[in-house]
Design a protein around this ligand. Sequence first.
Ligand SMILES: C[S@@+](CC[C@H](N)C(=O)[O-])C[C@H]1O[C@@H](n2cnc3c(N)ncnc32)[C@H](O)[C@@H]1O
Length: 238
Amino acid sequence: MVNQYQLATGDSLRLVKDMQDESVDLIVTDPAYESLEKHRSVGTTTRLSGEWFEVITNEELKGFIVDCYRILKNNAHCYIMCDQETHYVVREAALACGFTWKKFLVWDKMAISTGYSWRAKHEVICYLEKGKRNLFSNSLPDVLSHKRIRNRYPTEKPVSLFNDLILNSSKPGELVFDAFVGSGASMDAALSLGRDVIGFEKKESQREGIISRMEGNHPDAIYSDSLLQPRMQLQLAV
Ligand SMILES: C[S@@+](CC[C@H](N)C(=O)[O-])C[C@H]1O[C@@H](n2cnc3c(N)ncnc32)[C@H](O)[C@@H]1O
């Protein structure tokens, strides 16, 4: 099976509004959430190197979650990566728009983070369900151990972490969506596992790197301009 991918450069909060209702099979996303700024202020690498990205406010995150519910097909899962503080924001917004809050998973980074006091070695992944969908495997632990990535794109996640989520909540050929792709790790994982994928990223400067990552790692996959079907176009077509 030949897989397809599409990358849109721009503001996800706006781009997602144009997506058709119930059009994706799985959402796996790692937003640039508000409280990331606090972690940055105590870190050193990104603070000193200057490479960073804009974050969205908690209110914007809540609105985005409403759109996630709308564009997700029924009987499907949504994973939103964040921290302890932001998971309360995600939970409240998710429950209010109709998701079932399943639980949060823990990403064990297998290495200590920057900062002081009790230094973080984990992040949180909110596991949400629309309708009812069985996991592929009920035998996996809710702590996912994957070594963190250092000295690459800020907050870049390991492909193997995305693999666990995508494998357990989608089938080959299904369409995965990530609205904050950063380095393109989620897209890389989705194509490796035979899924189609749509990614959004605001930073123009990331586009070339993400596309070459897909072309290098997935030479058989096809870039498609039509995976993303604009809402207006469809409405006009009927
Ligand atoms: C937490 S990082 C994602 C890292 C990614 N998971 C990876 O493994 O590389 C969040 C990304 O969202 C992007 N971003 C921030 N605000 C955005 C917005 N409104 N729309 C789209 N992307 C945005 C940032 O530029 C950043 O690349």
